[in-house]
Design a binder for this molecule. Structure first.
Ligand code: DX5
Ligand code: ZN
Length: 222
């Protein structure tokens, strides 16, 4: 069994107090810090880039799970690696030379992630799966926090886990969007083991309680 990881998304944090928020979720028991990078082109929203990641790096010892929702990610992979990304995840939909892009992430010394939108089949990743440490299955259309989980993604995670069992058994399968106490159990049983949560953590007053409840609902031992 792969370890269960809860990855709060700082997209839902108070941007005026990001350092404090990072320390708070670290103390509250988060496993990874999920960082949503948006460029206003691949997705309508615009968020943050390498300088802010670099500024945040000293505020937590946890892995930085950097989710790039940007076009032409290959142009800035080195900047994200230098800024302190642990995992760099690019979208399949923006990478015509995905094999090369994923190899570049590996060469930079980061963990390698690839993400697919709700409309993209799991099978599109078959030939790159052996290059990956992580696949991020979007369970909403990317761009904003606080959206509703798309149930069709459960079947996709099952297919992906079956594919991974053949091609890359240690693959982390991460889900992102609309993950909360009510949705996390079924998607965990489908084969996901990393859970991004924005509003389900930062929308609660007690981050520790929110993270513990998600972990319990995902089926982890306390
Ligand atoms: C959406 C982002 C998510 C988002 C999740 O495009 O990739 O990481 O912050 O937020 P919630 O958990 O509120 O759906
Ligand atoms: Zn994300």
């Amino acid at each position: 069994m792969l370890p269960i990881r809860i990855a709060p998304s700082i997209l839902s944090a108070d941007f005026a107090r990001l350092g404090d928020e990072l320390r708070a979720i670290t103390t509250a028991g988060a496993d990874w810090i999920h960082v949503d990078v948006m460029d206003g082109r691949f997705v309508p929203n615009l968020t943050l880039g390498p300088p802010i990641i670099k500024a945040l790096r000293p505020h937590s010892a946890l892995p930085f799970d950097v989710h790039l929702m940007i076009v032409e990610p290959e142009r800035s992979l080195a900047d994200f690696a230098k800024a302190g990304a642990t995992t760099i995840t690019v979208h399949q939909e923006v990478s015509p030379h995905l094999h090369r892009t994923l190899s570049q992430i590996r060469e930079l010394g980061c963990r390698v992630g690839v993400s697919i939108n709700p409309s993209t089949p799991a099978e599109t990743l078959e030939y790159v799966l052996p290059l990956c440490d992580l696949v991020l299955v979007m369970t909403v259309n990317p761009g904003f926090g606080g959206q509703r989980f798309i149930p069709a993604c459960i079947d996709k995670v099952k297919r992906l886990r079956a594919l991974a069992n053949k091609l890359q058994p240690s693959l982390d399968i991460e889900v992102d969007g609309g993950i909360n106490k009510d949705t996390i159990g079924e998607i965990a049983r489908a084969g996901a083991n990393v859970f991004v949560a924005g509003s389900a953590v930062f929308g609660e007053r007690d981050y520790g309680k929110a993270i513990a409840e998600l972990r319990a609902a995902a089926g982890a031992k306390a």
